[in-house]
Write a protein that binds this ligand. Structure first.
Ligand code: PTJ
Length: 263
């Protein structure tokens, strides 16, 4: 392993991670997930998910592909066109982009809904508190009621809010497990998935698969949404129509297989 791949000594706060470190994003996300586990918001399995994501990101050169940027623009257009958009939050999302996801929700007037694979009341509360600390309005966080169920999905993972994900027309589900992504797809919702693995079932069933690191993707969707905020619905529809999910998945897979780290 070359020197630049070696992590610096343990840091107590993410501000201590040197911003010019060649693997800065990886060190930052790793630190945030670790802090999330310590705070009780991220499940230990979130560390495995993070490790997988980080390997794919390394092969993508830790940068946003042009097709991922197109996906992020299409996601912004879908969210702006939606009647009832919802952004789904799990333990990794809450740890990695708490402030950024709150800003995106405000920008596109979406609800935030906590929706966990490993659901416990303690984690739900801890994540809701964490989102409030990052600017979410106390009354606007959904997922605490869990008074509806997604069909064809077992136990805790199926729980959603009747006036949240269940009623949504457009749902953003970052770092999602494949079964739930499929269940949402079967309900006919427009699904935006953020996942660094283009071969995972979640991006495969998505209307808009964003193969990018969530720490780059969410702020970029917000930037596109701000730019498109005054666009006519017809122009937003044109952005949606011009995006090809199969091309985006194929480009990401090709890039990962080539492993063109230094391009
Ligand atoms: O908080 P919970 O209980 O809801 O659990 C959340 C996890 C993430 C543990 C759970 O949903 C899970 O096990 O997910 P998977 O099946 O591991 O899928 C996570 C996907 O996210 C994988 O395909 C990873 O490659 C991808 N991923 C990991 N980190 C990132 C990422 N994609 C984008 N950005 C990342 N930073």
């Amino acid at each position: 392993m070359s020197d630049h791949e070696t992590a610096p000594p343990e840091v107590d706060h993410e501000d201590e991670i040197p911003a010019d470190h060649p693997r800065y994003t990886d060190l930052l996300t790793r630190h945030r997930i670790e802090a999330g586990v310590e705070k009780g918001i991220t499940h230990l399995q979130g560390m495995h998910a993070e490790g997988r994501g980080s390997a794919f990101d390394y092969l993508l050169g830790e940068q946003t592909l042009p097709t991922a940027d197109e996906a992020e623009r299409a996601a912004a257009a879908h969210l702006l066109l939606a009647d009832h958009p919802v952004l789904s939050i799990n333990g990794n999302v809450a740890a990695l982009v708490p402030g950024e996801i709150v800003i995106l929700a405000e920008t596109v007037e979406a609800d935030l809904e906590i929706n966990l694979f490993n659901r416990t009341p303690e984690r739900i509360e801890a994540i809701a508190d964490h989102l409030r600390e990052h600017g979410a309005d106390a009354g606007e966080i959904k997922g605490l009621e869990a008074d509806a169920r997604l069909p064809n999905l077992e136990h805790e993972r199926a729980k959603v809010d009747a006036d949240g994900i269940y009623a949504a027309d457009v749902v953003m589900v970052p770092l999602e497990d494949g079964d739930r992504a499929e269940a949402l797809d079967e309900l006919g919702k427009t699904e935006i998935v953020i996942d660094l693995n283009p071969l995972s079932r979640s991006p495969q069933v998505a209307d808009v698969p964003i193969v990018d690191n969530i720490v780059r993707a969410v702020p970029n969707v917000t930037d596109h949404a701000r730019e498109l905020a005054d666009a006519d619905p017809a122009d937003l529809e044109a952005v949606v129509e011009s995006f090809d999910p199969d091309d985006a998945l194929a480009e990401a897979e090709e890039r990962i297989r080539r492993g063109a780290v230094d391009d």
